[in-house]
Design a protein around this ligand. Sequence first.
Ligand code: ADP
Ligand code: MG
Length: 599
Amino acid sequence: MEEKKKSDIAILLGYAGKYKILTFLGLALSGIAMFLGMLPYICIWLVARDLIAVAPNWTLATGVQKYGWMAFVFAVVGILVYFAALMCTHLAAFRTASNIRKQGMAHLMEAPLGFFDSNASGLLRNRLDGAASETETLLAHNLADIVGSIVMFVGMIVLMFVFDWRMGASCLLAAVVSVAAMFTMMGGKNAQLMHEYQAAQDYMSKAGTEYVRGIPVVKVFQQTVYSFKAFKDAIEDYSQKAEHYAIKVCRVPQSVNLTATEGAFIFLVPAAVLIAPGALKDGNFAGFVTNFAFYAVFSAIVSTALARIMFATNGIMLASSAIKRIDQVMGAPTLKVTDDPKEPKDNSIEFKDVSFTYEGADIPAIDHVSFRVEPGQTVALVGPSGGGKTTAASLIPRFWDATSGAVYVGGVDVREMDPHVLMDRIAFVFQNNRLFKASIFENVRAAKPGATREEVQTALDAAQCGDILAKLPNGMDTVIGTAGVYLSGGEQQRVALARAILKDAPIVILDEATAFADPENEALIQKAFATLTKGKTVIMIAHRLSTVVSTGKIIVLDEGKTVEEGSHETLKQKNGMYSHMWADYNQAVNWRISAGEAM
Ligand code: ADP
Ligand code: MG
């Protein structure tokens, strides 16, 4: 456990970069401040000694004023140095947190786009941000306090021998009892219980998030009690674990700990009572009273230092869990960028024995797939849902990298190209195109940042977006996502098509939406498709087979494998998967038409 704590701190200091030196400076100053803070107590001892020596002729005591001033100066300087120490550690802590945020974001920028499908980028950012803040307390306060406490312990041991070891030891005993009590709560076999309790807390907060996320589904399906169960179980589990940990593990040691911390003085009184007779006999009663006065005052410092250690352990725990979350972000996969990029020769696309397995999946989503799309050719990918069409298409712009085999664009492995060159060449319209919370103009122009309003307008026209713009209050300057501005799935797809048209890239990848809500949208989208794909190398993922009838090459993907390949006519004759899909499709279309007639 000790080992792990050290490494957590080392990890954090790693993020501190050149500000690490400030942390160390702050820690050193904190130690010095603690040392200075202890000196006034010695002054008090000196004052007490002088006074007792001349008692009851107080006026004879000459050093009192001097020692008083010294105590004052030490105390003030100690506070100032502690201020300086905290200034250093705070600066370092803020810089470290900001470095964590920067490095985390930089790392996420290198993650493949596909990674953000399963990990919402906003959520990742929040997690990183929260974790970074949680490291601040440890670096800004807790480490400095730990160093201070260590200095205090050392000082205490020294003072214990300097004045009266028996009374010193009784003060130290309070500290030892308190630390031992803390360890009972958090170390040994109870560490496991504490982790269980923390895990239950984590789980409860996750279950809460899930529950809130699931509310729409709950409302639609009216599953009130059922859906609540997981969350309720999590809460009950947490409350049971928390209660167990608090009562069975913490009640006694925490009481002991608080008693020892707050009442270090208690240990001193019996010690003094035992020592007093001996001191009387030796005739050194004045010395005894002086020492007692010193330790009585000094015991207050023990409580402060122990309370700091308590907070420090809490800070270490917080930081350790924060580091785990930071590591998750830093552990996100990254796309490797080649040092020696090659230029693609043409606009062909080729899959050579490509396999791809999603992280955590048992079976590959793409399984030894090979095919070629000539420059200017259109190839359709069809097949049952989950067959791997979207996955195959997302390997081309490197949303993911193939697990084995390679994807070539213009004869060059996509991993050996400059990612910008690759991206410039490809325009894609995916099913889950997300529009930004920005104006339609900005949304479309994202494809070509330098485009003029006229160019954007032309692209929107070509994508058949006229009716959308007409109904919006500010035309293409209307911000999507603001109150009352909502686009249907089909309309969003057309804006995404406008974006792709504006980009005018030689390679087009289209993942057709599974179903357009209305035939009107469908007709418009078909028109936009035609404009977008004219003269381009096209990979089209089609769900309505009517769109692929005229396509020269159709590839049927099922369970990640190419099961059939050929033109519509050849495949229709084959009595394989495609001909069955075609029969089903026609039946559905006929059903729709006859249903329409009946109305
Ligand atoms: P299609 O587009 O043909 O419907 P997909 O390429 O979307 O098929 O999916 C192929 C397989 O990969 C499916 O089994 C699906 O569950 C899985 N899959 C798709 N996307 C992800 C993802 N982001 N993470 C994990 N598995 C995925
Ligand atoms: Mg799909």
